[in-house]
Write a protein that binds this ligand. Sequence first.
Ligand SMILES: Cc1cc2nc3c(=O)[nH]c(=O)nc-3n(C[C@H](O)[C@H](O)[C@H](O)COP(=O)(O)O)c2cc1C
Length: 158
Amino acid sequence: MRGIIVVYSYTGYTRRAAEAAAEASGWPLAELTVSPPYTGGYWQMVARIGGEMVCGSHRAVCPAADVVATAERVILAVPTWWFTYAWPLHSWVREASWAGRRLYGLVTCGSRPGHSGEELARDSGGALVDILVVRQRQHPAPDKQEIATWVSDVVMKE
Ligand SMILES: Cc1cc2nc3c(=O)[nH]c(=O)nc-3n(C[C@H](O)[C@H](O)[C@H](O)COP(=O)(O)O)c2cc1C
């Protein structure tokens, strides 16, 4: 089974969760970057992202969505922003070709993932099979064992 882990992370927490999934699966990790990149602390980001969501403005995401074309199963590791998965990835997920692929969300948050799962399911045209929510408030560092168990029992299950 060919798989890939695609990760976007602003402050590094989701990257650590994705690295634990890569270790457990042996799948390659592709890190997404946005252009122009974001800068600034938490509240600056909260205000900026809120503004971008209201205006519908977008930033370029690299690599492009066809990076999923090499895989049958895709783990998308992404932080929660404003009760949904990170805003710049919404159009990226919509552009990816999900036909014949299974999507698994590894969604990090402070404590409340909001509508991340529903919106990932919607934007992937129903390719989402499962999500694991990793709460920073509960786990100051991502729980590698919990992630490894999810990878083996859910994501890599036949
Ligand atoms: C702009 C912004 C909005 C956020 N909105 C939420 C939210 O709605 N719910 C929540 O529980 N955490 C929220 N957070 C916290 C992040 O989801 C959490 O810290 C995440 O694990 C950070 O991942 P990262 O270090 O990979 O960027 C928000 C963070 C930022 C920067």
